[in-house]
Design a protein. Structure first.
Lengths: 290, 275
């Protein structure tokens, strides 16, 4: 098929030197990035650095005041906005929320709710959900429509730490199973790095970009987030010394496969003394699979 | 008792109430009650202009209401004043200009009260045709716009991102409001149109589990209020427009009583509040 060749060679969306101005002030300027099929791109940056603005420009909600945005024809977007308040007067169940922007077969609706772990809440009114449940419902809605490009603006707000890791794992598995491109926004540095291919670090412009490792070592990143963040990221990177296989076993960097993932099982090539509190995170992640 | 004029009033009123139900739901979901007020107040300017230039009343009311809606969209986009303040200015400015123009035209004698509070007992066959024709048009348009309107009510950016063109839906919605106000003016009057839009919809919220059922219930409750209000007005010799609104209010108050709540709703609410 012509289109499949085309879609492989061309990114789903690409921004070229994009700037957005509101009220005489540039919210972002000189933003360049692209998202391809099967790629997870994460925008990070402090508050007000233009992450949401850049993402909204990428999907056409905002029009750039300079530069250009290219999207493939008929790009199907699934969007989880950062803020979403539903008036109490609107009677909306989770089930009805799922078909908000387009019809959906019942089976796929349930499957998406099951994937995010809230199938039991299908009939609940959205106003009665907790913050974390609501975030999952929004994510389910966005993935159920099988988009080409999934745009998630702070998708794990209000979700507790274990749930957060589970959601990022889910996002990764959606990428793997559906082959869509994912544009992720987060200020939640070290967890998000686990799931991402490319990091674009914004602060009104693109400060630095690359793989999580390169970004974490770049001086611009350290300047923007401070040395502590850079360290926590460096600590994070040791998570890459093992991979969680679908059956729950763990593959280590040296190629061996074990049933569990323990820091002292000899497969890990780092010392633990310099971790501080991140030590606990390491364990909570490992033990979830035990 | 069923005089011809009374039957015509019932048919006209029910036709209008069926139309205002779904529209009223969107007004309360989108928190546009004040917007509805503003557009209906601008109807008096439409009345004045129709008298001044001898134009069709319904058409000129529609034209002025539509213009004010578009002006509002334009001013909101400039974001100089808050939407609230803009609405307040436009609402009372159009009402006042309308009254001033009417006062200048010393050669026309109009029954201002009939425009402000409606004169449903004076509807003619052709009024009924306009109300039902316009109503069917408005309901068909709402059904056609339902998904983009509902999605952009939840979040306009989400609707836009997923290809539903919320700005266009919003513009059409405002034009539909202008149509409804033009046809409703004669029934309940400029000052009470918003009540017929909002009160049945607010009443329906208690009984509805989905947006769609809420819209249907709002239509039915509005129709009940019209019939009840008209019978009351006949019986107690009260003005018809306000009587319809009072009937709608009584239904709303009944809906607040704990007995008639949807089973399951109170428990769910308590869960939601306690967590």
């Amino acid at each position: 098929m012509l289109s499949s060749i085309d879609s492989k060679s061309r990114p789903l969306v690409s921004l070229h030197d994009v700037g957005v101005r509101r009220g005489g002030r540039w919210l972002v300027r000189g933003v360049d990035f692209s998202v391809s099929r099967g790629e997870i791109v994460t925008l990070i940056g402090p508050n007000g650095s233009g992450k949401s603005t850049s993402a909204k420009t990428a999907i056409g909600v905002l029009k750039p005041d300079e530069g250009r945005v290219e999207r493939i024809a008929n790009l199907k977007v699934g969007y989880v906005p950062q803020k979403l308040a539903i008036d109490w007067t609107l009677p909306l169940s989770v089930q009805r929320l799922m078909t908000l922007t387009g019809p959906l077969p019942e089976r796929e609706l349930i499957a998406a709710l099951e994937a995010v772990g809230i199938a039991h809440l299908a009939k609940a009114e959205v106003q009665h959900l907790s913050g974390g449940e609501f975030q999952r419902a929004l994510l389910a809605r966005a993935i159920a429509r099988k988009p080409d490009l999934l745009v998630l603006d702070e998708p794990v707000q209000g979700v507790d730490f274990n749930g957060e890791i589970a959601l990022y794992d889910l996002i990764k598995s959606i990428r793997n199973s559906q082959g869509c491109g994912i544009l992720l926004i987060s200020h939640d540095l070290h967890v998000v790095m686990a799931a991402t291919d490319t990091v674009v670090c914004l602060n009104g412009h693109v400060c630095c970009r690359g793989t999580p490792q390169t970004v974490s070592q770049s001086p611009e990143y350290v300047k923007l987030f401070g040395t502590r963040a850079a360290q926590s990221l460096a600590i994070y990177s040791h998570h890459h010394d093992h991979t969680h296989l679908p059956d729950g076993r763990v593959q280590h960097a040296d190629g061996s496969i074990t049933d569990h993932c323990h820091a002292d099982d000899g497969h890990h090539h780092h010392e633990h003394d310099d971790h501080g509190h991140d030590h606990n995170h390491d364990h909570s992640k490992g033990e979830r699979h035990v | 008792m069923f005089d011809d004029f009374f039957l015509r009033a019932v048919v006209a009123g029910v036709g209008l109430a069926l139309t205002t139900g779904p529209l009223g739901c969107f007004i309360i979901w989108r928190r546009m009650a004040y917007f509805g007020d503003t557009i209906s107040h601008s109807a008096l300017l439409g009345v004045a202009l129709s008298l001044l230039f001898q134009l069709n009343l319904t058409l000129s009311v529609f034209a002025v209401a539509a213009l004010v809606s578009i002006l509002l969209l334009f001013l909101q986009r400039r974001q100089a004043l808050s939407a609230d303040a803009l609405l307040g200015i436009l609402s009372h400015a159009t009402l006042a200009i309308g009254l001033v123009i009417v006062a200048f035209m010393s050669w026309v004698r109009i029954d201002l009260i009939a425009f402000l509070f409606g004169d449903i007992l004076a509807v003619t066959q052709s009024d009924i045709a306009v109300i039902w024709g316009g109503g069917i048009f408005v309901l068909a348009a709402i059904a056609w716009l339902w998904r983009p309107l509902l999605a952009s009510t939840v979040n306009p950016e989400l609707a836009e991102a997923e290809g539903l063109r919320p700005e266009r839906a919003r513009l059409f919605f405002m034009l539909l409001m202008a149509v409804v106000i033009a046809i409703a003016m004669k029934i309940v009057g400029i000052l009470l149109i918003t009540a017929l839009l909002i009160i049945p919809a607010a009443t329906a919220r208690r009984f509805a589990a989905t947006p769609e059922t809420m819209a249907i219930f709002a239509s039915l409750l509005g129709a009940i209020a019209v019939v009840g209000g008209l019978f009351g007005s006949l019986r107690y010799d009260t003005p018809s427009g306000p009587s319809i609104v009072v009937a709608a209010l009584i239904l709303f108050i009944i809906s607040l009583l704990p007995l008639v709540r949807r089973s399951g709703t109170p428990a769910a609410q308590q869960r939601g509040q306690s967590s």
